[in-house]
Design a protein around this ligand. Structure first.
Ligand SMILES: N[C@@H](CCC(=O)N[C@@H](CS)C(=O)NCC(=O)O)C(=O)O
Length: 124
């Protein structure tokens, strides 16, 4: 029995190294370009001269917070009253992350040390 050799019906393609065609480019950004997760809004009642406020802001910045809504109660007595009725406290800073009243600088540091700050900063 003779074997019948069939001609190839289409040219054989040989994979080559080098640049992939543009159509093969990925349509999603790589991990380096991925958007960071959204963060909860941070609001802080402060005064101009306040080492605890500076400490709290520095810690929040270290944890990735880029924007803090700062309410200067030394410039606005009505905001001081609002802060006291919202928090029951008279010292600054008073820090809110999203809807949560964290408290002052010591409370923020304690929350961070028990591992809760990052989670609270992550928007739901
Ligand atoms: N333990 C508080 C201390 C805050 C504090 O003493 N803040 C000062 C300003 S740096 C303040 O508000 N002093 C005014 C007062 O005691 O009435 C914290 O960690 O936030």
């Amino acid at each position: 029995m003779n074997a019948v050799l069939q001609p190839r019906d289409r040219p054989m393609t040989i994979p080559t190294r080098g640049a992939a065609p543009a159509s093969a480019a990925p349509t999603h950004p790589g991990p380096m370009l991925a958007k960071p997760p959204a963060m909860n809004h941070v609001k802080m009642y402060t005064t101009q001269v306040c080492p605890y406020c500076l400490r709290a802001k520095a810690l929040l910045k270290q944890r990735g917070v880029e924007q803090i809504e700062e309410i200067r109660i030394d410039l606005d007595p009505q905001q001081r009253d609002a802060m006291m009725s919202l928090t029951g406290r008279r010292t600054v800073p008073q820090i809110f992350i999203g809807e949560t009243h964290v408290g002052g600088c010591d409370d923020l540091i304690a929350l961070d040390q028990r591992g809760g700050l990052k989670a609270l900063l992550q928007a739901a």
